[in-house]
Design a protein around this ligand. Structure first.
Ligand SMILES: Nc1nc2c(ncn2[C@@H]2O[C@H](COP(=O)(O)OP(=O)(O)O)[C@@H](O)[C@H]2O)c(=O)[nH]1
Ligand SMILES: [Mg+2]
Length: 450
């Protein structure tokens, strides 16, 4: 193989698969010495290794003792994930073997990779931009197939392209202003103003749309939080178990049994939801219960859908819920009511009568949840932003451009200055110019080996 084309200082390695017993484990090596090292470990000349071709080989330690029989794949930089020379060793998935391979690598002068270092190097070598690097993180951590789709799409560069397009339109707008600043006659000013303002409106629409996609992306990737609230003993834990179809939460006839928040995941027509059981809301002096009630309130505030539950045998006032959160009002213990009572009790605000115990009405409730999921996911977009960092930068751009577009005078210098700043912020967003602290915080979320 040829010489190293992308110079870097060090060569590092990490286990890229989870530590533990498995059929195989993947150890990745990246850096200028990667291929020299594997050539030493296998007693094969460097030219033996061809780009992207896998070889079944024995690897030996510095004392020439057999470590394992492995599959080796080499990638020559810059045509590798990191842009450096890379080697993948697929060993048997025994932690002792992995440890022995690690010993060989460190004896040969390599060091363990830092968290996210492979992906960070890929970014530094311009194999991917920062938005794509964040997609790698989301791709690895996504809980749902919908989340995987979003991350794959972003990793392919769709979101980056969209962001670049918005930035390009700002660059064009800036060029109109700069042209106006260069020429002396003023009869074109009105025309330029119209063009600049209409282009700003368009940019604002695009950024606003993208900002909105963040919460949808979170719902798609992590699942929608459905939080059950109500007074003690109304049957929240019973409903929680019924929704999950197994007994996860403790049910007793003593009020105040559930003191901690308990959550579990399930799917409803292809969507992931996280069902959350909470402590009953009531006035109490018991410290554990007070803490539970506090947690319930915070769960209520981060809920995507609230199920507000009432015991229909002695209906009490309904608990106030955040106005913007869709809330389903459920009357429980229908099995204890007579037909007459149900009819006279009938109240337009009640969404559904159920019996968590006999499971009557659970299907209707699931139908209502499903309807609310559909509403929460509207509208479907082609691009989703997937990190708080992306959202924060877009919000900042949006804020300053909104302010700019509302100015009563069209001062060319001020427009040029603000638009230039927004263009720079897009560079930050894509990682073209991003401070080291920001990069560190992006990559430190990764684990070693990614
Ligand atoms: N008859 C009847 N009893 C129920 C129903 N749901 C719950 N219960 C009972 O009400 C009591 C309190 O239930 P639990 O789920 O612990 O209420 P929580 O405090 O709101 O979590 C238990 O004795 C349950 O068996 C129901 O639909 N019908
Ligand atoms: Mg409970």
């Amino acid at each position: 193989m040829g010489s190293v084309r992308v110079p870097t200082k060090e060569t590092y390695y990490a286990l890229s698969t989870p530590m533990g017993v498995s059929a195989t484990a993947t150890i990745r090596i990246s850096g200028p010495k990667a291929i020299d090292i594997i050539s030493k470990m296998t007693n094969k000349p460097v030219v033996y290794f061809k780009h992207g071709v896998s070889k079944v080989l024995s690897i030996f330690n510095v004392n020439n003792n057999l470590v394992d029989k492995v599959v080796v794949v080499c990638f020559e930089g810059p045509n590798s994930y990191t842009g450096e020379n890379m080697v993948e060793i697929h060993s048997h998935g025994n932690p002792i073997i992995v440890k022995n391979v690690f010993r060989c690598l460190s004896a040969l002068g390599l060091r363990l990779a830092n968290p996210g270092e492979f992906t960070k190097t890929a970014y530094l070598n311009k194999k991917i931009d920062l938005v794509q690097a964040e997609s790698v993180f989301n791709l690895i951590n996504s809980q749902t197939s919908g989340g995987v789709d979003i991350s794959l799409n972003n990793l392919r560069g769709s979101l980056s392209n969209k962001l670049s397009l918005i930035q390009k339109s700002l660059i064009y707008t800036l060029s109109l202003i700069e042209y106006e600043l260069d020429i002396t006659e003023t009869d074109n000013l009105k025309n330029t103003q119209t063009q600049v303002l209409s282009s700003l409106t368009e940019t604002l629409e695009s950024t606003k749309k993208l900002i909105k996609t963040h919460s949808t992306a979170r719902i798609i990737s992590e699942g929608l939080r459905v939080v059950i609230i109500g007074r003690p003993n109304v049957g929240k834990s019973t409903l929680f178990n019924a929704l999950l179809q197994y007994d996860r939460s403790i049910v007793t006839s003593d009020p105040g049994t559930t003191r901690d928040v308990i959550e579990a995941q399930r799917n409803i027509s292809g969507f992931s939801i996280v069902v959350v059981d909470t402590a009953g809301m009531r006035q109490t002096k018991n410290k554990a219960e007070v803490a539970g009630v506090k947690k319930t309130k915070s769960e209520m505030n981060s809920a995507d859908i609230i199920i507000s539950m009432v015991d229909s045998t002695h209906a009490k006032a309904v608990i106030n819920t955040p106005k913007t959160t869709p809330t389903i009002l459920v009357y429980n213990k229908k099995d204890l009511l007579s037909e007459d009572q149900i009819n006279t009790n009938f109240n337009n605000n009640i969404d559904v009568y159920i019996s968590a115990k006999t499971k009557e009405g659970i299907k209707d409730l699931l139908g209502l949840i499903e309807k609310n999921i559909e509403l929460s996911l509207q509208p479907r977009e082609a691009f989703y932003i997937t990190s708080k960092r992306q959202e924060d930068i877009l919000m900042s751009i949006n804020k300053s451009l909104t302010k700019l577009s509302k100015r009563s005078f069209f001062e060319l210098e001020i427009f040029a200055f603000e638009i230039k700043r927004a263009i720079d912020q897009f560079d930050w967003l894509l990682g073209k110019t991003t401070p080291d602290e920001v990069l560190d915080s992006v990559f430190s979320r990764f684990c070693v080996g990614k």
